[in-house]
Design a protein around this ligand. Structure first.
Ligand SMILES: C[S@@+](CC[C@H](N)C(=O)[O-])C[C@H]1O[C@@H](n2cnc3c(N)ncnc32)[C@H](O)[C@@H]1O
Length: 247
């Protein structure tokens, strides 16, 4: 199975596989935070199929999306032909305007292959934010995730409009990467087919990340332990959800 960090195999089914009550709660939390901070314009890096982007847009924000995956951006275009999208690498992008907020959610940042590219991305974020702009960054707390889930296998069944999909998940650590494999078996419109997805997250050092954020010019206002603003607990939290302000 090849590593495929742009989700091109699973693009069509991405929303269905992601949608659950925890993610729906997270979307509400992100919108609430944007509202509290009086944000108007938003850029989402690694926007994927628009799972966060569309509810944010529908809540009245002027949001644009950037992603490296052509297939996954096509899923966004199917839903909305006018939303502004950039088919770009988040570590290299240049847009001729600035935003009140840049968000990079659900581990998109750690899909970059190494820490140098992560640092380049953080600099890009800083460059593209208005003064006092807000950076929302949701990355895994790998220490806990790996302790709890290394070498595990699980499965899930999804109801499709005209069929069903069964997915087998495997998670394991390999060198400095946290790997997720998904084998998907579909029965849709009376046809059987299958596809697979494999992505590799960079196991980063959180202290180094925080030091870099500060060096680049961000104040870390708060770090939550979950996607919906849960308190951080070093031994239990599976996320590091940073709210940063451009200083
Ligand atoms: C786990 S998905 C998250 C999608 C979306 N934020 C969500 O929560 O539904 C990660 C996304 O990051 C994108 N991605 C990976 N590497 C990227 C890069 N270097 N530049 C821009 N996007 C990237 C992938 O194509 C994918 O759509």
């Amino acid at each position: 199975m090849n590593i495929n960090n742009d989700f091109s195999s699973s693009a069509k089914y991405y929303d269905i596989m992601q949608d659950n009550s925890r993610f729906r709660k997270s979307v509400k939390f992100v919108i609430k935070t944007l509202k509290e901070k009086k944000i108007t314009s938003v850029l989402e890096l690694g926007c994927g199929s628009g799972y966060y982007l569309f509810p944010i847009k529908n809540a009245g924000y002027n949001i644009e999306g950037l992603d490296i995956g052509k297939n996954i951006l096509n899923e966004v275009k199917k839903k909305d032909k006018v939303v502004k999208l950039y088919l770009e690498d988040m570590s290299k992008f240049k847009i001729d305007k600035k935003f009140d907020s840049i968000i990079c959610l659900n581990s998109s940042l750690v899909l970059l292959p190494d820490f140098t590219l992560m640092k380049k991305t953080l600099k890009k974020v800083h460059e593209h934010l208005n003064d006092s702009g807000l950076f929302m960054l949701d990355v895994p707390n790998h220490e806990v995730e790996i302790k709890e889930s290394n070498n595990t296998q699980d499965s899930e069944k999804f109801k499709l409009k005209n069929g069903v999909m069964h997915v087998v998940y495997r998670d394991y650590k390999k060198e400095n990467k946290w790997i997720a494999e998904e084998k998907c078996f579909v029965n849709e419109n009376g046809k059987y087919f299958e596809f697979e997805e494999k992505f590799a997250e960079l196991i980063f050092n959180p202290n180094k990340l925080e030091k870099e954020l500060k060096k680049i010019g961000f104040n870390i206002e708060v770090m939550y332990g979950g996607r919906s603003g849960e308190n951080f607990n070093k031994n239990r939290s599976r996320r590091r959800f940073y709210i940063c302000k451009k200083s």
